[in-house]
Write a protein that binds this ligand. Structure first.
Ligand SMILES: C[S@@+](CC[C@H](N)C(=O)[O-])C[C@H]1O[C@@H](n2cnc3c(N)ncnc32)[C@H](O)[C@@H]1O
Length: 397
C-alpha cells in the first residue's frame, strides 16, 4: 500500500499481513523455501533469505520453528530518501508506539549501499531519534540499554530507497541456547539443520554421526525425531513487542511445543576426543534429548548404528577436512576409509558429508552430488550427498 506522496504506508501490527524477510546463510535459500512451505507459508527466494507475506504471528512461528533461518524481519516502511532530515521525517510516520513499548530497550542497525546517504552511523542516529520522538523517550538511553534479545530497527538504503524493518528474532536464530559447550570446529546449528535436511533423513530412521564433535548433528536429529521446534529453548524479541499479545503470540510457544511422543529413532554418535563427547553430552542434556542419543568415545568405526547398521538409515557428518582441523594430506586415508565403510552399508542408506575440500570428498568413491554450497567459519563448504548403491550398481564397488 502506498500513501498519497508515493511512499509505502507503515504496516499495521497485530493480525494484518506484512512483508516478511527470513534471512539465512547464503546457499540455503531453496531449503528455507521448503521449510517455510512445511509451515504453510509460501515464500520466494531472494539473496540471503526468503520473502513472504505474513502476520506478526507468522513471523513469531518462524522464529520458534525454523531450523534454517537466522533472522526474521517485518517490513514497516519503504521510501525514497536522499537527505537525513527527510529520513527522520519519514521514519517518524511509522506507528512506533504500536510496535515498541516506551521505556523498553531497542537496537538500531543501518546499512547504506549505492545511495546518496552513505553514512550508516548518521542514518542509524536519525532513525533512532525518529523512534525515540514517536515513543516520547530518549533514544540514546533505550539504545544503550539494548541487549542481544531486544527488538532491532533495521534501516537499509539501496539506490536511495530506504526500507525500515523490525528484527523480531533478537539474537540470531541459530543460537538456540543448548550449544554452550563446544569442541574443535563446531558446526553452526543452522548449517547442521541444513545438512540433516539435505541428507533426506526422516525422523524415525536410524541416524549416525561418527565424527560428532560437540554433537550438533545428532542433537539436531534428536530434536527433529522428538518433534521439538528448534527455538523452544530460548526467548525472542517478538515476545517484547507492544503488540505481541494482540497478535496472538502469547499462546504460540505452548501451541508449537506440544510435541507428541515423537519418533523412536536410533541416533548414534562417536568422537575419539573425550572432551568432545563430554561437551556433546552436556549439550544434549541442555537440549532435552540426552536419552535419545547413544554416544561412543572412540574410533568413528565404532559409532553406534554404524558398527551394526540397520537395513536403512543415514550417515550425516562433518568429518575433519584439513583446513580447520589438521592437514588435508593426512586425512586422505581417513576419507577413503569412510567411503569404503559407507559403500559397504546396506543399499539405500543416505550419506551427507560437509566438506571444504571436494578432492578429499571424492576419495570416498561415493557418487556424491552437491546439495548446497555455503560458507562456514569463513570457508566455502559444500554439502555432498549420496545414496548407497546396490552391489554392482552405480557408485558401488
Ligand atoms: C569437524 S569436527 C566435527 C564438529 C561437529 N560437527 C560439531 O558440530 O561440533 C571433527 C571431529 O572428528 C573427530 N575425529 C577426528 N578423527 C577421528 C577418528 N579417527 N575417530 C573419531 N573421531 C575423530 C575430532 O575429534 C573432531 O571432534
Amino acid at each position: 500500500m502506498r500513501t498519497d506522496d508515493g511512499q509505502r504506508a507503515p504496516t499495521a501490527p497485530g493480525g494484518s499481513r506484512s512483508e516478511l524477510f527470513v534471512a539465512c546463510l547464503p546457499g540455503l535459500e531453496p531449503l528455507l523455501v521448503d521449510e517455510l512451505s512445511g509451515l504453510g507459508l509460501a515464500g520466494a527466494p531472494a539473496e540471503g533469505g526468503v520473502e513472504l507475506a505474513g502476520s506478526l504471528r507468522d513471523a513469531a512461528r518462524i522464529c520458534l520453528c525454523s531450523g534454517l533461518g537466522t533472522h526474521v524481519l517485518v517490513r514497516l516502511a519503504e521510501f525514497h530518501c536522499v537527505h537525513l532530515r527527510e529520513l527522520r521525517r519519514l521514519a517518524e510516520r511509522v506507528e512506533w508506539g504500536r510496535w515498541l513499548t516506551p521505556g523498553e530497550p531497542f537496537a538500531v542497525r543501518a546499512s547504506c549501499r549505492k545511495s546518496r546517504l552513505y553514512h550508516s552511523g548518521a542514518v542509524a542516529e536519525r532513525i533512532g531519534a525518529a523512534v525515540g520522538a514517536a515513543l516520547g523517550v530518549a533514544a540514546e538511553d533505550a539504545i544503550a540499554a539494548a541487549d542481544d534479545g531486544a527488538p532491532a530497527v533495521v534501516a537499509r538504503l539501496l539506490h536511495d530507497r530506504c526500507t525500515v524493518s523490525l528484527d523480531v528474532s533478537g539474537a540470531p536464530l541459530h543460537r538456540r541456547g543448548w550449544r554452550l559447550a563446544a569442541a574443535k570446529a563446531p558446526l553452526r546449528e543452522d548449517l547442521a539443520w541444513a545438512l540433516v535436511s539435505a541428507s533426506g533423513w526422516r525422523p524415525g530412521e536410524p541416524f549416525v554421526d561418527p565424527f560428532c564433535g560437540s554433537g550438533t548433528l545428532p542433537i539436531t536429529a534428536a530434536l527433529r525425531a522428538a518433534g521439538l521446534p528448534p527455538g523452544l529453548g530460548r526467548s525472542f524479541a517478538f515476545e517484547r513487542l507492544a503488540c505481541a499479545a494482540a497478535a496472538g503470540c502469547d499462546a504460540l510457544r505452548a501451541e508449537v511445543g506440544t510435541a507428541g511422543p515423537g519418533e523412536a529413532a536410533r541416533i548414534g554418535a562417536a568422537d575419539r576426543d573425550a572432551g568432545a563427547i563430554a561437551a556433546a553430552r552436556a549439550n544434549a542434556a541442555r537440549a532435552g534429548v540426552a536419552d535419545r542419543i547413544e554416544w561412543c568415545e572412540g574410533s568413528w568405526r565404532d559409532a553406534p548404528g554404524l558398527a551394526d547398521p540397520a537395513p536403512a538409515g543415514a550417515l550425516v557428518s562433518n568429518p575433519p577436512f584439513g583446513a580447520r582441523v589438521g592437514e588435508a594430506a593426512r586425512l586422505v586415508h581417513l576419507w577413503q576409509a569412510v567411503g569404503a565403510r559407507c559403500r559397504a552399508l546396506p543399499p539405500g542408506w543416505r550419506i551427507a558429508l560437509l566438506a571444504a575440500d571436494r578432492r578429499l570428498a571424492l576419495r570416498t568413491g561415493l557418487p556424491l552430488r552437491t546439495a548446497f554450497a555455503t560458507q562456514h567459519g569463513g570457508l566455502p563448504v559444500r554439502a555432498l550427498v549420496a545414496r548407497v548403491a546396490a552391489p554392482g550398481g552405480p557408485g558401488a564397488g
